[in-house]
Design a protein. Structure first.
Length: 725
């Protein structure tokens, strides 16, 4: 398990405090120098916070509204300036070979990190910017351009860096340091833990640090290939395929923090959003962005995204075949037709009386206007708003021809007149998106007509609710139905686009769900993270190109992460034996760590399964860190009872673990994205058997097998799948 800092190599001595009469020296006593810098930085941060607290807004503005806005800004700033007690203010240092132009770079509207030449060539890198009383930086934000070589420089490409120093810490105290000389003489990397990972011992120690509490950030040890994704430009959309534990979730969250830093103003206006698979996953990740100083990023699920206040709410679920069809991209065309199905060509002319005269627009001319609106690619609701004006214009043209000189007010009055309103209601009736979907699913004839040539007759039959629904409130909406309502809503009124969306565990989304996410970043960009081998829905993504097409970003770059950080090599190699069956095209994941003895497989007699599982949990609890017992959903009650019998009261997925409560009982269906130091996996055959088909079952098993950081114990009675036997 994790070593203590005392066992670090000679570059990382634990040094007694220097005698008070002598200034510590960076060559003889580097840790003492760094501790002094940390203490000074802390004092500087306290001063920055005191300055922010002392700001008198009344001096700056007389306007009440501006004062309120400013006050909010200042409060946020004060909150962001809090010192985090359990992490030091910096985790690294860069010494540049020669003075560099350390400007903040293009596209960066955030602050004054690393000023000019006077600043010197030594930068401490931390979670946030800290400056002294003169405004000179003492700690540089990890996101500043000048910090980038901390993550990317290598002996082969030192990027101007002479020395890279990484710090080990316990609580808020520096306990160790690790130096890499990149440019100058004596170049040599810190111990390479394998596969070219940078950061040596400190990286391994960070990964193996026992997990209690929610997910942590990885700012101190982001790897070069991860950093390229984190710092990719805001403009382009990106898709990352990555094996389990390659850091996709971590990278996605750090990317949000980076983008908010580099494009603070733009994204404050347009907004950012993180989408994850379920509530327990969100609870697990929700502390990462706040720890990075970003307190205002919304984190949600696709289901929650399409459920709007006052709108329909999900009450049930669909059979897999039905849900799959409802998630099919062809439904978009069915909905488009359904939304427009109330549009009628007029049978009578429009007649508008004004004063002594009656103005008449013949039916064929009204029809032409309607047809033209249908052909234009605008939202149904926008056309509905435009139509009265268009009809009024047709009336005005007639007035002018008759020698009158009507102005804009006349046009507005005509547009509001009763005959125009009545005509609009007849030819372009208002549409309630939920009611349109309700009708599609309740009225087989209506559905069949809209689906003509798009769906097969047997598919049409599959879609209809068993009993027609009476109203929006009482209808048996499923999550897939709400995605249809969301699409219909967007056909009526454009969904506002955010600046950037991060979509995690994307492989499980249906095409219609991708469309729902896509319209929330139609004018922004998206980072999609996922693993095709972990797709466990019947509609799971086949290729990323296809997925990005549904999202409306077919031009997106697809990158791949293959170096695993979570799972030791012994365990990932075992799980990867399933890959030929579940995702033949995918490369096997590597791992930066070996942990001999980390994998145990135990076969027990049928009657002994529960007791053996409880015993395995007990063994795991003897070690440090979190323990996850993963089982098929149907096995949970029996296991909970068996655990209770042994005096264990397990947590649920997403509940925060603490030193006192470290055992979590989690259904295989909810474990995606989560991890535990030690995993006990109950009866794989039951996990497989709970899924509708074998491939999905094996994928679910693959997810469960790849949750462990330090140890995995598989306990089973029923034989394992051939590949694992
Ligand atoms: N550069 C890194 N330094 C330290 N820890 C890392 C690094 N990259 C990833 N990790 C850790 O590895 C673990 C797995 O990361 P993460 O959950 O982001 O992987 P993932 O690719 O999303 O996995 P999955 O596909 O299983 O959901 C986490 O504990 C994360 O903190």
């Amino acid at each position: 398990m994790s070593e203590t800092a005392d066992s670090l190599p000679p570059t990382a001595p634990r040094v007694p405090a220097p005698p008070a009469d002598r200034e510590p020296d960076d060559r003889t006593d580097p840790l003492a120098v760094e501790r002094a810098h940390l203490a000074a930085s802390r004092a500087a941060l306290r001063a920055m916070r005191a300055d922010a607290e002392a700001l008198d807004i009344g001096d700056v503005t007389a306007s009440w509204v501006t004062a309120e806005v400013l006050r909010g800004d200042v409060e946020r700033r004060i909150a962001a300036l809090a010192d985090l007690a359990d992490t030091p203010l910096f985790f690294g240092r860069l010494d540049y070979l020669r003075p560099i132009d350390a400007g903040t770079g293009p596209g960066n509207d955030a602050g004054d990190d690393a000023g000019d030449d006077e600043v010197g060539r030594r930068f401490h890198i931390g979670r946030r910017h800290v400056h002294d009383a003169h405004g000179d930086p003492m700690v540089i934000d990890w996101r500043a351009p000048v910090s980038q070589p901390f993550y990317r420089a290598s002996p082969a490409d030192p990027q101007g860096v002479e020395l890279r120093r990484r710090f080990g810490y316990e609580g808020g105290e520096l306990t160790a340091l690790e130096d890499e000389h990149l440019g100058g003489h004596g170049a040599g990397a810190a111990t390479d833990p394998g596969n070219g990972a940078t950061g040596g011992n400190l990286l391994l120690r960070e990964i193996e640090r026992p997990r209690v509490g929610p997910m942590r950030d990885i700012v101190a040890t982001i790897q070069p290939e991860q950093d390229e994704i984190v710092r990719a430009p805001l403009r382009g959309s990106l898709c990352v395929q990555g094996a389990p534990g390659t850091g996709k979730t971590a990278v996605g969250l750090h990317r949000v923090a980076y983008l908010l830093y580099a494009h603070r103003e733009r994204l404050a206006r347009s907004g950012t959003l993180v989408i994850g698979p379920n509530r327990s996953f969100l609870r697990y990740i929700e502390q990462v962005l706040p720890a990075l100083g970003e307190l205002e990023v919304r984190q949600t699920t696709v289901d929650a995204l399409v459920t709007v206040p006052g709108g329909p709410e999900p009450r049930g679920t669909d059979d897999p075949a039905v849900a799959r069809l409802k998630g099919d991209a062809r439904m978009a065309e069915v909905l488009r037709r359904a939304v427009r199905s109330g549009v009628r060509m007029p049978e009578e002319a429009l007649e508008v009386p004004r004063g002594a005269r009656r103005w008449r627009v013949p039916a064929h001319e009204v029809a032409e206007i309607v047809r033209e609106l249908l052909e234009r690619d605008i939202r149904y609701g926008a056309a509905l708003e435009a139509l009265p004006q268009r009809l009024a214009h047709a009336v005005l043209v007639r007035m002018e021809r008759a020698g009158e000189a009507p102005d804009d007010r006349v046009q507005a009055a005509v547009a509001r007149s009763a005959p125009v309103k009545a005509m609009v209601r007849r030819v372009w009736p208002a549409v309630d998106p939920a009611k349109v979907v309700l009708r599609l699913l309740s009225d087989p004839e209506f559905l069949a007509e809209r689906a003509e040539g798009v769906l097969k007759p047997e598919e049409v039959e599959l879609l209809a609710w068993p009993r027609p629904a009476r109203g929006v409130r009482s209808a048996p909406w499923s999550p897939a139905d709400l995605v249809l309502v969301d699409e219909a809503r967007d056909l009526v009124e454009r969904t506002p686009s955010l600046g950037h969306v991060v979509l995690d565990e994307a492989q499980d989304l249906s095409p219609m769900q991708y469309r729902a996410v896509g319209r929330r970043c139609s004018t922004g960009s998206v980072t999609v993270l996922g693993d095709l081998a972990q797709g466990t829905t019947p509609w799971a993504t086949g290729t990323w190109q296809e997925a990005m097409g549904h999202l409306g970003k077919p031009e997106a770059t697809v990158a791949e992460l293959t170096r695993g950080f979570r799972v030791p090599r012994e365990i990932i190699a075992y799980a990867s034996r399933l890959l030929p069956m579940i995702a033949p095209g995918l490369a096997e994941a590597g791992s930066v760590r070996r942990a001999p003895g980390s994998l145990r497989v135990r076969r027990v007699a049928a009657g002994e399964l529960d007791a053996a599982v409880v015993a395995a949990c007990g063994e795991a609890l003897e070690r440090e860190g979190s323990v996850g017992l993963i089982a098929a959903d149907a096995r949970l009650p029996a296991l909970r009872a068996a655990l209770a019998g042994a005096g264990h009261e397990p947590l649920g997925p997403g509940d925060e673990t603490s030193a006192g409560r470290r055992l979590t009982l989690v259904a295989a269906s909810l474990v995606k994205g989560l991890e535990y130091d030690h995993v006990v996996l109950d009866e794989p055959a039951a996990v497989i058997g709970a899924e509708p088909d074998e491939r999905t079952g094996l994928r679910r098993l693959y997810v469960a097998l790849t949750r462990a950081v330090s140890g995995l114990t598989v306990v089973h009675h029923t034989p394992l799948p051939a590949a694992l036997a």
